[in-house]
Structure formats: structure tokens, C-alpha cells
Design a protein around this ligand. Structure first.
Ligand SMILES: Nc1ncnc2c1ncn2[C@@H]1O[C@H](COP(=O)(O)OP(=O)(O)OP(=O)(O)O)[C@@H](O)[C@H]1O
Length: 233
């Protein structure tokens, strides 16, 4: 079941209301995120910008169910509140609905590119032959068909992040959450990875939330959210 309340009939994949996250107490209290509302629809690329410490990672972690807000909610299209689910239900939602891409790639160094991409499918207990086929397709989609057997240490930074993107997309998530995915890449390589993200969002109709300082990506976004001291401005 899914709600279709976008003006073009697209599904609202995530709906955040009044998201607030504080850390610490007393004099050490930090207002990392304050009263943020955000809808992310299928086929949309939402870019989150803001200076270091503005709250970008905090927002992405709450949207992706990696952290819980101090107050506020994140609603899923089936009507459930992600922020109100038990830990095992959140894990299930993360496995089946989300793909994550990280600044540091997050690949397992002793596994080949293909084995890294395979991890989410193993977690979902997808049978072996189907896993192989889907991994091959995912690597091909990110332009790495010929690199399946190489380990991360044998790949360039841009290639490693492409493996990270293939891993995020192999289980066909509805939402891609990427926290500064090109933060460790030179500008030319970063542009290639961003092109890939834009293409994949458009061709697969997934929703993407990307925290980045990349001006080029912001210009191609469906929407830009700018955070300042935890507030959307
Ligand atoms: N676990 C934590 N405990 C205490 N304070 C935290 C914690 N995590 C984040 N903060 C604080 O919350 C604020 C927002 O941090 P956040 O990491 O979301 O910012 P950011 O915009 O992602 O920054 P960057 O661009 O440097 O990654 C900062 O003031 C940070 O110091």
C-alpha cells in the first residue's frame, strides 16, 4: 500500500514533521536539529546543505532510521511511523526500503566488489543464483562489470564509491540516503559519481536524500534544504 499525494501522483516515501534532535543535557545541551519538516517523493533528489555542524548527518540519520528524534516523526507511505517502530521493525524497514551510501564508502576490505554488493541480498536471504544475477546487474549499472573480483584496495576512490552505490541499490530500495558521498573524491571523480546518482534516481524513480557541499548537484536537485544551526532556512 502506498499513499500518492504528490501533485503528480508520486508516492511520498518519507514525511518528516517537527524533527528535533538534541544531544547532551544542561550546559552541554546541543540543538543538533530543530523542528524540521521535509517530504521526499519518489523520483525526487533532495539535496541537504549547510556548514559543518549544521545538522546534515543528524537529519539523514533520523530519516534513515539510524537514530531516533528527541521529538517529531518520520512517516512511511504505509502509514507507519518509522520513529515509533520497535528496533527490529526499524531494521526490517532499513533492509527493505533504504539504501545507504557513506562518505568513507564503508566497504569490507577483504571482500571483492561483487561480495560487497552481495551483502544486502544475503541479509534478505535471496537465493544464490538470483544473488549472482542481481549483483552482476548492479555492478553493470554503475559501470564496474569488469571489476567484480577486485577488492576495494585494488580500486580507485571513485570506483569504490560506485561499488558503494551498487550495494545501496542492489536490493531495490525506495529511498537512497547518501551522506557526503563524494567527500573523499577529487572534483572530476566526484562529478562522475554525482552524474551516476542523478541518472539512477531518474531511471529508477527512487527518492534520494543527499547531504553534500557539491554545488553542481544542488543545481540538479529537485529540492535543496539548507540547514543552519539545525534549522531549515
Ligand atoms: N553524538 C553526538 N553527541 C553530541 N553532539 C553531537 C553528536 N552528534 C552530533 N552532534 C552535534 O550536533 C550538531 C550537528 O552535527 P551533524 O553531524 O549533524 O552536522 P553536519 O552538518 O553533518 O556536519 P559535517 O558537515 O561536519 O558532517 C553539531 O553541533 C555536532 O557537534
Amino acid at each position: 500500500m502506498s499513499s500518492t499525494d504528490g501533485t503528480d501522483g508520486s508516492t511520498t516515501e518519507l514525511s518528516a514533521r517537527g524533527l528535533t534532535r538534541t544531544y547532551g543535557t544542561g550546559a552541554a545541551l546541543v540543538h543538533a536539529l530543530v523542528d524540521v519538516d521535509l517530504d521526499v517523493r519518489a523520483g525526487e533528489l533532495v539535496v541537504v546543505r549547510g556548514r559543518s555542524g549544521a545538522g546534515k548527518t543528524t537529519l539523514l540519520n533520523l530519516l534513515g532510521g539510524l537514530d531516533r528524534p528527541t521529538s517529531g516523526t518520520v512517516l512511511l507511505p504505509d502509514g507507519r511511523e518509522l520513529t515509533g517502530l520497535a528496533a527490529d521493525e526499524v531494521d526490517e524497514v532499513r533492509r527493505t526500503r533504504f539504501g545507504f551510501v557513506f562518505q568513507g564508502f564503508g566497504l569490507v576490505p577483504v571482500l571483492s566488489a561483487a561480495e560487497n554488493v552481495e551483502v544486502p541480498l544475503r541479509l534478505q536471504r535471496v537465493p544464490g543464483p538470483e544473488r549472482d544475477e542481481r549483483v552482476a546487474r548492479a555492478l553493470e549499472a554503475v559501470g564496474l562489470a569488469g571489476h567484480a573480483r577486485q577488492r576495494p584496495g585494488e580500486l580507485s576512490g571513485g570506483q569504490q564509491q560506485r561499488v558503494g552505490i551498487a550495494r545501496a541499490l542492489v536490493a531495490e530500495p525506495r529511498v537512497l540516503v547518501a551522506d557526503e558521498p563524494t567527500g573523499q573524491l577529487d572534483s572530476t571523480t566526484a562529478a562522475g559519481v554525482m552524474d551516476l546518482v542523478v541518472d539512477l534516481v531518474a531511471s529508477r524513480g527512487i527518492a534520494a536524500v543527499v547531504a553534500t557541499h557539491d554545488q553542481g548537484l544542488a543545481e540538479r536537485a529537485s529540492r535543496v534544504v539548507t540547514l543552519h544551526d539545525g534549522r531549515s532556512v
